[in-house]
Design a protein around this ligand. Structure first.
Ligand SMILES: Cc1ncc(COP(=O)(O)O)c(C=O)c1O
Length: 404
């Protein structure tokens, strides 16, 4: 399952230092280990090899840490909803690209009348264009900047097998050029960029622990898909550039930074999860983010000699339900979830050799399976450096914002 403190190659965070830093805090609370966060940011930039890295904000969900990542050298924000992008623009951010299509008419009107030169929306069909045009007309503003989303899936066996997230219907150079012409034909819109996100490469670990055959199959799939995508992405970009210039071509995610950045047609990669280093990113062969985001829970009862039960903990990650979506104990070592109860709404029993050592009142450090979703559970993140909490900053939720 997950890396535990004892096994993690980076050896961070240091449990004793963390315990010292947070001794005055009462669980449940969440921390960000700043040293791990900063090293993860540097590692993403190193892996990109000079290609700009746009920050996927859904994987961070705290303005203070977004600003820290931008300060470290990431450039621009890949937002997850238009209201979020408008809110960030209101806080002074620019170069915001909304990664997913919107049908929010009020937000589109607000964009048209407001920060339209700082926010770009995602489109993949004429309906998206029409909604934006209507908003621009109603608001009397515009043009609205748009980015074309192009499907990055792999369709072997003449399309009988479709691998990849169900995203854009636009796949071919011809279809992309047709949508680009539809944008150019509308004076309320301005073509700004192109994005194609290869979720099945960037978001699927190629070394699943204890499953060598599956790992080999995933690596083969990713290799063949990446080859097909590189050729098609270049052809799509050429076809769209023949219609109108593109300010950026975005691709990739934490799991594919070096591979995507190596494509000449790509001008920037996106990444976010690699900053917090959640559990689902333990199983990649080419990089190992340091676990920077942790949360602490208290042992509140000992039902028997082999079990220590924590208060709370039921913070599963989104996606197809499975045990890989559950949070996992990180420290002390030798703890695992109870198979029947998992991580529960009000209690999480832990088993394993480490459980016998735990006493009522002890605290256990846990990791979320994904990155930004942790922030939907906490109002604050305590920023730890060495053995002190150097700052406490709000999450989006802590600022009263819940975008999805
Ligand atoms: C469009 C898009 N780009 C990039 C990413 C990669 O983000 P991360 O690095 O946080 O996995 C995602 C994640 O879902 C995404 O939806």
């Amino acid at each position: 399952m997950s890396l535990t403190e004892a096994r993690h190659p980076s050896g961070v965070p240091r449990r004793q230092a963390l315990m010292h830093a947070t001794a005055a805090l009462e669980p449940p609370f969440a921390v960000i280990d700043l040293e791990a966060f900063d090293r993860n940011a540097a590692d993403l930039l190193r892996r990109a090899g000079g290609t700009p890295v746009r920050l996927a904000s859904k994987s961070v969900r705290s303005r203070a840490l977004i600003e820290r990542a931008l300060g470290a050298g990431l450039q621009g924000i890949l937002a997850f909803t238009l209201p979020e992008a408008l809110w960030l623009a209101g806080h002074g951010h620019d170069d915001l690209v909304v990664a997913y299509p919107t049908v929010d008419r009020a937000a589109l009107r607000e964009l048209a009348a407001g920060p339209r030169d700082r926010v770009t929306i995602m489109v993949d069909c004429v309906e998206h264009l029409e909604l934006a045009v209507a908003a621009a007309r109603e608001a009397g503003g515009g043009p609205i900047r748009v980015c074309l989303d192009v499907d990055a899936g792999w369709w072997p066996l003449r399309g009988r097998l479709k691998i990849g997230a169900r995203r854009s219907p636009v796949r071919t150079p011809e279809h992309a050029a047709q949508l680009a012409r539809a944008v150019v034909a509308r004076e309320e819109l301005q073509l700004d960029g192109l994005m194609s996100y290869e979720a099945h490469i960037a978001g699927v670990g190629d070394r699943p622990p204890g499953k060598p055959l599956m790992g080999a199959a995933i690596r083969a799939m990713q290799r063949m898909s990446a080859r097909e995508l590189a050729g098609r992405r270049a052809a799509v970009v050429d076809a769209v550039r023949a219609v109108a210039p593109l300010r950026f071509v975005n691709g990739g995610g934490t799991g594919s930074v070096e591979r995507t950045a190596a494509e000449a047609a790509v001008t920037e990669v996106a990444a976010g999860s690699g900053l917090y280093g959640p559990r689902l990113f333990d199983s990649y062969g080419s990089f190992t983010p340091r676990p920077a985001a942790l949360f602490a829970l208290s042992v509140v009862r000992r039902p028997d000699d082999h079990t220590a039960t924590l208060l709370g903990g039921g913070y599963p990650a989104s996606g197809a339900a499975g045990t890989d979506r559950l949070p996992a104990p990180f420290a002390p070592a030798g703890l695992k979830l109870d198979q029947r109860e998992g991580a529960g709404e009000v209690q999480t029993p832990l088993r394993g050799p480490g459980a016998a050592e735990l006493r009522v009142g002890d605290r256990v450090w846990m990791r979320h399976a994904k990155a930004g979703e942790l922030c939907e559970r906490f109002n604050e993140l305590h920023l730890v450096r060495g053995d002190e909490v150097v700052d406490t900053v709000p999450t989006y939720r802590g600022e009263g914002e819940a975008f999805l």
